[in-house]
Design a protein around this ligand. Structure first.
Ligand SMILES: [Zn+2]
Length: 256
């Protein structure tokens, strides 16, 4: 695993927003009113075998989250879609990626591994993620699948959409055979794929290669048979969006 040597400069460090490649669900949406909800050792859980998950999902926190996002507290009101949201080490179209090491890294602020910061994040449409009240639902779960043939991880999230609040959206999701999604994250530090050194607003730059993290067109070239891209060192996930037209993703702005 990569050693993460991040030197934080203190104060309010600027965070860089990252949007993922669009991905499609390979398992159909699950209508939660058809699923079993029960209590397992006093925890409220839901059976999500229909999504391919062979363990119950803890939803005892949904009511508390629903008050913040103003979405339904009742799990039966949701349409849930398993989304293979990230593949480690594969750069997005803007030459940013998430390494295996950074997904497994433990975030001391959120007290959990970084990939699991997806849990509790709102779901949106088209990355309209500036206001929690625009939430169309919530991510109920995040899990990792190791793919030994390629030595990479896939992050799978269970993205829920509230059909009582957004019936048109959820009807569309249920009607479509495949839906497209794209995730959002923030980070302060990147690692350069060419030299392995660091850059970004959260760190003193040690990468001497050309390239500017705020100008992603400066990446994507091949140098000595290696693709030049930047990998997020300290990602925190903020959302997963349903995307009607994946071509629009490139129009999303970068730094916040
Ligand atoms: Zn470099």
């Amino acid at each position: 695993m990569l050693q993460l040597c991040v030197v934080h400069l203190g104060g309010n460090v600027e965070k860089v927003r990252i949007y993922g490649n669009y991905v499609e669900n390979d398992v159909p949406p699950v209508e939660m009113y058809k699923q079993e909800v029960y209590s397992d050792k006093r925890k409220k859980v839901v059976d999500l075998k229909a999504s391919g998950l062979n363990r119950p999902v803890d939803i005892s926190w949904l009511k508390a989250a629903s008050l913040k996002y103003q979405i339904s507290a009742n799990i039966k009101d949701y349409v849930v879609i398993p989304v293979p949201v990230i593949t480690s080490g594969i750069p997005n179209r803007r030459n940013q990626s998430f390494s295996m090491g950074s997904l497994l890294d433990f975030d001391t602020e959120y007290k959990r591994q970084r990939y699991s910061t997806f849990v509790g994040c709102p779901t949106y449409v088209e990355h309209k993620n500036d206001n929690f009240l625009e939430a169309k639902g919530i991510n109920l779960d995040a899990s990792l699948t190791y793919v030994p043939a390629y030595n990479l991880y896939k992050v799978n999230v269970l993205s829920a959409f509230d059909r009582t609040k957004y019936p048109e959206l959820t009807e569309k999701i249920l009607k479509l055979k495949t839906n497209q999604f794209s995730m959002g994250a923030v980070c302060t530090t990147f690692r350069c794929s060419l030299c392995g050194n660091l850059l970004g607003p959260g760190v003193e730059r040690t990468c001497k290669c050309p390239g500017d993290y705020t100008e992603l067109r400066s990446y994507g070239n091949i140098v000595n048979n290696k693709l030049h891209y930047i990998s997020a060192v300290d990602p925190v996930f903020i959302e997963n969006s349903w995307v009607a037209d994946p071509a629009d993703i490139t129009a999303v702005g970068n730094p916040i």
